[in-house]
Design a protein around this ligand. Structure first.
Ligand code: ST9
Ligand code: ZN
Ligand code: ZN
Length: 333
C-alpha cells in the first residue's frame, strides 16, 4: 500500500540522457499534415500476411510436424532478440557495447525478424524517444491504438517525422561496417534469412511440406511484428507508471512476456540507457537481458549501462504514480 505522499507539480530530471528522453514538442503542424496518404501496397501485403499467418497457426495444431512448430518458436525468439538486444538496446540506445562476433549474430537475427534495416529502425526509434507522442513521433500513440500499432506502416509519414528526424545523429550507426553491409544488401539478405531459410530447413531436415513450412513461418513473422507493435500501442496506453506519471508509456506485463522483456515501458522511457529496459526484470520476464548477461560473461558484450538503486528511488518518489514497491524499501533503511 503506497503511503500518502504529495507529488511535485513539475518534473525534475537528473541527467542529459533523461532530458533528451523527454517529449520535445514538435512544431505546431497544419491540420492537413495529418491527412492519411495510404500506401496500398503495404495494406494488401499486411492483410495477406495476417490471413496466411492465421492459417499457419491452424496448421500448427493440425497437419504441421511438431518440429516445425518448435523451430518457428525458436526463430521467433532469435529474431526477437535481433530486435530487442540488437536494433533496440545495442544500436538505438547504445546501452551496451558488443564485439564484432556478437554484432554479426545480432545482425543475422535482426534480418530474420524483418523489421527493416537496423539503421532505419534505430533512426525511427531515436525520433520516437526524442519527440514522443507528438506529430514527429513515427507511431504517435496520441493518434490511437490502431495508428500506433500498425496504421503508421500503412501510410506516408507525417512531414514532422522527416523534418525533426533530420536532427538525429546516426553517424555511430553508419560507422559500423556490419550495419552498412546489412543496409546495402537488405533486399537480398532479408528474403533469404527471413523466408527462404525458415521454409527450406523444415522441408530438408524433417520432410515438412512446403505449405506447412511456409505458412507456419508467416505465423512466426506476424507474431514477431505484433509483439513489437504492442510496445508502441498497448505499452503506451495501459499499465502502471511507477517512475514517471507525467508520460504515457506504462509497465505492461503481457507485452513484456510477448516482447521478450520489452513491456516495462514507463521505466524504459524514464531511463532509456539501461540495457535491461526494466528495473528488476533481469530474469523475471526479461529473456533479452538474460541473453545480454550471458554474452557479457563470455566477453562479447561489455560496458553494460544501468541505473543505480538510489537514482531510481529518488525518481520514483518525485514523479512516480505511487504504484512502485519502493514502499517496502523503507524497511531496509
Ligand atoms: C516494422 C517496424 O514493423 C516496427 C518498428 C517498431 C518499433 C518498436 C519500438 C518499441 C521498442 C522496442 C521493442 C522491441 C520488441 C521486440 C519484440 C520481438 C518479439 N527521420 O520511411 P519512408 C525520410 S517494419 C528522418 O519510406 P514514407 C528519409 O529521407 C515491417 N528522415 O517514408 C527517407 O529516405 P531514406 C516491415 C526520415 O515515404 C524518406 O523520408 N517493413 C525518417 O513516408 C522516405 O522514408 C515494412 O513493412 C525519420 N524518422 O513511407 C516497410 N523517416 O530512408 C514499412 C523517413 O532513403 N515502411 N525519413 O533515408 C514503409 O513502407 C514506409 O516507411 C512507410 C512510410 C510507407 C511506412
Ligand atoms: Zn527505446
Ligand atoms: Zn515507446
Amino acid at each position: 500500500m503506497a503511503p500518502n505522499i504529495s507529488f511535485p507539480t513539475g518534473v525534475l530530471h537528473e541527467t542529459d540522457d533523461e532530458i533528451s528522453a523527454l517529449n520535445t514538442p514538435a512544431e505546431v503542424s497544419k491540420p492537413d499534415d495529418r491527412k492519411l496518404k495510404l500506401v496500398w501496397r503495404n495494406i494488401i501485403l499486411f492483410a495477406y500476411l495476417h490471413l496466411a499467418a492465421l492459417y499457419g497457426l491452424w496448421l500448427m495444431f493440425t497437419s504441421a510436424k511438431l518440429a516445425t512448430s518448435v523451430y518457428a518458436i525458436l526463430l521467433y525468439q532469435l529474431g526477437g532478440f535481433g530486435i530487442t538486444g540488437g536494433a533496440h538496446r545495442l544500436w538505438a540506445h547504445r546501452s551496451y557495447k558488443a564485439k564484432w562476433p556478437l554484432r554479426l549474430i545480432l545482425t543475422f537475427c535482426n534480418t530474420l525478424a524483418f523489421e527493416d534495416s537496423v539503421i532505419d529502425w534505430a533512426r525511427d526509434h531515436r525520433v520516437h524517444h526524442k519527440f514522443s507522442e507528438t506529430d514527429a513521433d513515427p507511431h504517435n500513440a496520441k493518434r490511437g491504438f490502431f495508428f500506433s500499432h500498425v496504421g503508421w506502416l500503412l501510410c506516408r509519414k507525417h512531414p514532422q517525422v522527416k523534418e525533426k528526424g533530420k536532427q538525429i545523429d546516426l553517424s555511430d550507426l553508419w560507422a559500423d561496417p556490419i550495419l552498412r553491409f546489412q543496409k546495402k544488401y537488405y533486399n537480398i539478405l532479408m528474403p533469404l534469412i527471413s523466408f527462404v531459410m525458415p521454409t527450406v530447413v523444415p522441408m530438408y531436415f524433417w520432410n515438412e511440406t512446403f505449405g506447412n513450412a511456409f505458412c507456419v513461418n508467416l505465423f512466426r513473422y506476424a507474431l514477431t511484428l505484433n509483439a513489437t507493435w504492442l510496445v508502441n500501442s498497448a505499452a503506451h496506453m495501459w499499465g502502471d507508471k511507477p517512475y514517471d506519471r507525467f508520460i504515457n508509456p506504462a509497465e505492461n506485463l503481457v507485452v513484456a512476456v510477448l516482447a521478450l522483456g520489452e513491456g516495462w515501458h514507463n521505466y524504459h522511457h524514464t531511463f532509456p540507457w539501461d540495457y535491461k529496459t526494466s528495473e528488476l526484470g533481469k530474469y523475471s520476464v526479461n529473456f533479452s537481458a538474460a541473453l545480454i548477461d550471458f554474452f557479457a560473461k563470455i566477453g562479447w558484450a561489455y560496458e553494460l549501462k544501468t541505473v543505480s538503486e538510489e537514482m531510481i528511488k529518488k525518481r520514483v518518489l518525485r514523479t512516480g504514480d505511487g504504484s512502485h514497491e519502493i514502499w517496502g524499501w523503507g524497511d531496509k533503511d
